[in-house]
Design a protein. Structure first.
Ligand code: ATP
Length: 240
């Protein structure tokens, strides 16, 4: 964990034309943490992830990893810094095999054959089902398996910070548990995680801390226990 750094977002504002999608967002993912970002549809979670990943330019504010300012770096440069995203909706290549999808995920970090092989071994150790299905088309697998593949593909980039956008979307509760259990294992192996979720209870159950994003503004932050016990969080996101 020694080579990990903290990801710090400060006063981040992002516009789509005149529309303000994020306003003054200040958030930290500390070394070794799982931080959950709660928010309804359209709150701005994906916008935040896309901005951290360099796919969307902020209007103002900073994003730093250690001492490096990520704003203005290319998406490839940001992956090289150790920050990889597993996007909402997975965005796999459904016709390509499981293994080809993984190899594509490693192209920035693992250009040599040995590196790719090591990466595949690491991912297959974490997800044995992907080894069994490595020659199958990605699109032929179940939703849960495709989510595992999307996470595995992000891991091929050897991230120090993993940005996970709604991994539980469309999955049955038991499968959500399996996915989140893997996220915990990835974290225990030394990767910090920023996890955007609508499935608040499940996400908070594995998180150290969290934030609530509403209409582009962070309205609440707290530890796992504080958020699980917060009445507003419970009524808006947990349904109690
Ligand atoms: P979801 O889970 O539904 O994806 P989200 O919290 O990830 O929600 P975003 O996708 O970041 O939310 O969207 C935040 C707001 O920005 C929404 O009102 C959305 O309509 C708007 N938005 C997103 N992308 C664009 C775009 N390319 N152009 C204009 N508006 C956009």
């Amino acid at each position: 964990m020694l080579d990990q750094l903290s990801l710090d977002i400060n006063g981040l504002t992002v516009n789509y034309g005149a529309f303000v999608a994020l306003r003054g967002v200040t958030l930290t993912v500390g070394r070794g943490e799982i931080v959950v970002l709660l928010g309804a549809n359209g709150a701005g979670k994906s916008t935040l992830f896309r901005t951290i990943s360099g796919l969307q330019k902020p209007t103002s504010g900073s994003i730093t990893y250690g001492r490096t300012n990520l704003v203005g770096l290319s998406p490839e440069g940001i992956i090289r810094m150790g920050i990889a995203q597993c996007p909402e909706g997975r965005l796999l290549f459904p016709e390509l095999s499981v293994e080809k999808n993984l190899v594509l995920g490693g192209y920035i970090h693992r250009r040599d054959k040995g590196g790719v092989k090591d990466g595949l071994e690491e991912v297959y150790a974490l997800f044995p089902i992907l080894r069994d299905k490595r020659h199958q088309a990605a699109g032929s697998m179940s939703g849960g398996q495709q989510q595992m593949l999307a996470i595995g593909r992000a891991l091929m980039a050897r991230p120090k910070v993993l940005l996970l956008d709604e991994p539980s979307l469309g999955l049955a509760p038991l499968v959500v548990e399996q996915v989140l259990e893997v996220v915990q294992r990835i974290n225990a192996a030394g990767t910090s995680v920023l996890l955007a979720e609508q499935n608040a209870y499940a996400a908070l159950s594995i998180a150290h801390r969290g934030y609530v994003l509403e209409n582009g503004v962070l309205t609440l932050e707290g530890t796992q226990q504080a958020l699980l016990g917060n009445d507003a969080v419970r009524s808006a996101y947990i349904g109690v």
